[in-house]
Write a protein that binds this ligand. Structure first.
Ligand SMILES: N[C@@H](CCC(=O)N[C@@H](CS)C(=O)NCC(=O)O)C(=O)O
Length: 222
């Protein structure tokens, strides 16, 4: 197989890469990595010493590509029939800007909540957790204003920004629920989690949902 994806089915950033692969029916070999196991992660770390997944290996072109947004950019350039970063330059910067928004102000903050739950009681960072939740709440309010009548993050076309939004909102919603107080965001979230590409990634993650170190465990959309 030309493409190998080093990933874990539960990982939010890996969901972004999976969505892009599934959106375009791009064949790849999935390689599940256990980061806690040195042997399991050695091959991936040899490709990307930072040691974070997803990592995509393209055996045909001889490249290892890291960072979920860059993987999507690479798939667009070489494998996608339907681009996730639009050709139109103004739509392209908007897709990239909102991808950054979801990664930095929703996904990373959700990561802080997960990381804190894994700490021993005496090392918990309640100040950092409160700050992270505050940023997520502010992000929801920004999105409620931004979405308007859009079907997807930047308009009517599904893009890179929606790939980032899907896992960011799916996991952030466990700690900071998306409610009727933000109806446009709630409706957008419902569209995201029912999109076949993301639903497929979620169904593959479901057997591992009980591992998520949050009080509220993820569930498949009803
Ligand atoms: N900016 C990176 C973030 C990747 C990332 O943080 N991945 C997490 C899993 S969701 C990871 O590998 N964590 C393991 C670690 O930090 O040791 C991307 O977009 O791919």
């Amino acid at each position: 197989m030309t493409l190998k994806l080093y990933y874990h089915p539960l990982s939010s950033y890996c969901h972004k890469a999976l969505i892009a692969l599934y959106e375009n029916d791009i064949p790849f070999e999935p390689i599940v990595v256990n980061l806690a196991d040195e042997q399991s992660s050695a091959e991936m770390k040899a490709l990307w010493p930072v040691g974070k997944f997803p990592v995509l290996k393209d055996e045909k072109r001889g490249h290892a590509i890291a960072e979920s947004s860059v993987i999507i950019d690479y798939l667009d350039a070489h494998y996608a029939r339907k681009r996730l970063i639009p050709m139109d330059p103004d739509a392209a910067w908007q897709a990239r800007m909102w991808d950054r928004f979801f990664d930095l102000y929703v996904m990373e903050k959700q990561g802080k909540l997960v990381e804190d739950n894994l700490r021993p009681a005496e090392a918990r960072d309640s100040h950092g957790v409160a700050k992270a939740k505050d940023v997520i709440e502010k992000s929801y309010a920004i999105l409620e204003n931004k979405l308007g009548d859009n079907t997807w993050a930047i308009g009517d076309e599904y893009s890179l920004a929606d790939c980032a939004a899907s896992p960011a909102l799916f996991y952030a919603g466990l700690a900071v629920p998306i409610t009727d107080a933000t109806p446009k965001l709630k409706a957008y979230y419902e569209r995201l989690v029912r999109r076949p590409s993301y639903l497929r990634a979620l169904k593959e993650a479901e057997p591992f949902f009980h591992w998520v170190p949050m009080d509220v465990k993820p569930r498949l959309p009803a």
